[in-house]
Design a protein around this ligand. Structure first.
Ligand code: SF4
Ligand code: SF4
Length: 442
């Protein structure tokens, strides 16, 4: 694509980066076919190519964002299906991240939108605040019917709907410290404790630590870890996202320098995509660029890490039919497609892949709160495809997808690690039927 930026504009490294991305786009439109918002809404401006034109026009003319561009960029899920499809290697992720930061700097949103976003940014990344908010949400749930009558309260209704009926207790395993591996030491990793996941389902990381330590891996929970910053990053709050990134880079650098790390293990693929991008996000900060690049290189999804370990034979071969839902951040953001399915199959599960696996479930961070109608359409489409597999359980590697799919599916939805841990000697995940389990020893 031809671009017309002035030299003065290109002196801004963010603009220069976006110009390089824009030049790679050849307008072919292949990406439209796999874009969930284009598939749902049928509007070119809600396709990757349409958004790329809008962003180009805004940046080239150096003008503030307007209502039209905000509407279409807000509808983008950042699912990155377009990046998987694009034959020209257009880095839509970095382009839309730049557009979102530009929108945040130059556009004044309506009051209620500003308030909703401010509350999300002030609550979700902080486990104690999020826990308190979920307790409040329990009190608000009986009034959903009343709130639904007021269109402006749509985000509140979505939040209340998504809030779980019960909140698990905080896990002591998430506190800073070291969990020693059993037997001969095979490795040493840090684990991201995270924010929303540690409140909604602390058992995901507990199970990960239990499985890794049984396999002889020492697991460090470093002092000073914070939310990865993805939630605010996707809202265009660049300074807040970079502050989270710096804090985590510091925490993991201390762990690297104090005992070494083979990997930084992440159990939420949405966080993994962002942490693997820290090297890019902090490239212009001389104090952090190298450290951030080292952290990004060490970041591994738990299935990516397990796939290169020489795993023993499973203790049990459950035989359960599993529908594997590949989160967008897993398949498109991190290009991890093979490992979770191969690990599940090796552990004795029968893996089925739902149709339209490339399409987002509509969770996408805070998307299911801020864009609840499109999100619900995508969720229902996803659940229909999952249920058509005839599976007994859904496995996925991202807490957002778990919450989203579980809000409409009739079958249990669990993190992949819980099924793997079960097969390798851990407890049966809650909600999963014992029936199809066949002890390997029998
Ligand atoms: S990130 Fe997803 S929703 Fe956004 S343009 Fe790309 S395919 Fe469409
Ligand atoms: S597929 Fe790639 S090159 Fe083609 S229009 Fe989409 S972003 Fe541009």
């Amino acid at each position: 694509m031809q671009t017309n930026f002035s030299l003065a504009q290109l002196a801004d490294p963010h603009v220069a980066e976006s110009e390089k991305i824009l030049r790679k786009c050849v307008h072919c439109g292949f990406c439209t076919a796999t874009c969930p918002t284009y598939v749902t809404l049928g509007n070119e401006l809600d396709s990757p190519r349409g958004r790329i034109y809008l962003i180009k026009d805004m940046l080239e003319n150096g003008r503030p964002a307007d209502r039209e561009i905000v509407t279409h960029i807000d509808r983008c899920l950042s699912c990155l299906a377009c990046m998987t499809t694009c034959p020209s290697g257009v880095n839509y992720m970095h382009l839309v991240d730049h557009a979102r930061a530009h929108i945040e700097e130059t556009y004044r949103r309506p009051l209620l939108d500003r308030l909703t976003r401010a509350v999300l940014a002030l609550v979700l990344p902080y486990p104690s605040r999020f826990r308190a908010a979920l307790k409040l949400a329990k009190l608000g749930k009986p009034f959903i019917g009343l709130f639904e009558k007021i269109p402006a309260l749509k985000p509140l209704v979505s939040m209340l709907r998504l809030a779980p009926a019960s909140i698990p207790a905080a896990s002591p395993m998430a506190s800073p410290g070291v969990h020693a591996g059993q037997g001969a030491k095979r490795g040493r990793v840090a684990i991201l404790t995270g924010c929303a996941q540690s409140v909604l389902d602390p058992a995901i990381n507990d199970t990960t630590i239990a499985l890794l330590t049984r396999l002889g891996i020492e697991v460090v929970v470093p002092e000073g870890e914070a939310c990865c910053g993805a939630l605010v990053h996707h809202m265009g709050r660049e300074e807040a996202a970079l502050a989270s990134a710096r804090r985590n880079v510091d925490a993991w650098t201390r762990a690297i320098e104090n005992g070494g790390l083979d990997a930084i293990v992440i159990t939420a693929s949405g966080c993994g995509t962002t942490i693997k991008d820290y090297g890019f996000m902090l490239r212009l900060d001389p104090a952090y660029a190298d450290k951030a690049a080292r952290v990004s290189a060490l970041a591994k999804d738990i299935t990516e890490y397990l796939a290169v370990l020489d795993l023993p034979e499973p203790v049990r071969k459950p035989g359960t039919i599993v529908a594997y839902h590949s989160a967008c951040s897993m398949q498109h953001g991190q290009k991890i497609t093979r490992q979770p399915k191969e690990l599940l199959a090796k552990a004795g599960f029968v893996v089925r892949e739902p149709r339209e696996g490339h399409l987002c479930c509509g969770s996408a961070g805070t998307y299911n709160i801020l864009q609840s109608e499109i999100s619900a359409k995508l969720r229902d489409r996803k659940v229909k495809n999952i249920e058509a597999t005839g599976a007994e359980v859904v496995a996925t590697g991202n807490i957002g997808c778990i919450t989203q799919i579980a809000s409409a599916a009739k079958l249990p939805v669990v993190h992949t690690i819980k099924l793997l841990d079960w097969a390798y000697g851990g407890p049966k995940p809650e909600g999963v039927a014992e029936d199809s389990a066949i002890l390997a020893a029998e």
